[in-house]
Design a protein. Structure first.
Length: 126
């Protein structure tokens, strides 16, 4: 029973850390974009999507956290990518690829880290 609790806690910490990392990577990307492309004014609605995309990212990762099969986790992450691309394309292609790449890469990072640590723990403590 204790092993299951540790497994869930380790997974939760990983997903929380990746959620925090999302903020930093997003801010670095925005600064890079503004310094190389310049500031583009597209209205308030498209600017608010950054926050909504983050909430969607959190919701999907919360769902992925509780799905037992890796293939199903990857399908849910692919679905998230599809929704993000559907929302942004064709009007905002740069944002589509940026937010699609950011949300997908952060979700896959959390998934891979969790799997690696679980495998390491199972080999170390058996």
């Amino acid at each position: 029973m204790g092993s299951v609790i540790v497994k869930v806690l380790v997974g939760a910490v990983i997903y929380l850390l990746v959620g925090v990392l999302y903020f930093y990577v997003h801010d670095i990307g925005v600064v890079y974009y503004k310094s190389h492309v310049g500031f583009t004014d597209r209205g308030v609605a498209i600017g608010g999507t950054a926050e909504l995309t983050f909430y969607f990212f959190i919701l999907i990762n919360f769902i992925v956290f509780f799905i037992p099969k890796v293939l199903l986790k990857l399908l849910v992450i692919a679905g998230m990518l599809g929704v993000v691309l559907f929302y942004f394309l064709p009007d905002n292609p740069v944002r589509a690829f940026a937010y699609g790449g950011l949300t997908t890469s952060m979700s896959v990072l959390a998934l891979v880290l969790r799997l690696k640590i679980e495998r390491w723990r199972s080999r170390s403590f058996v």
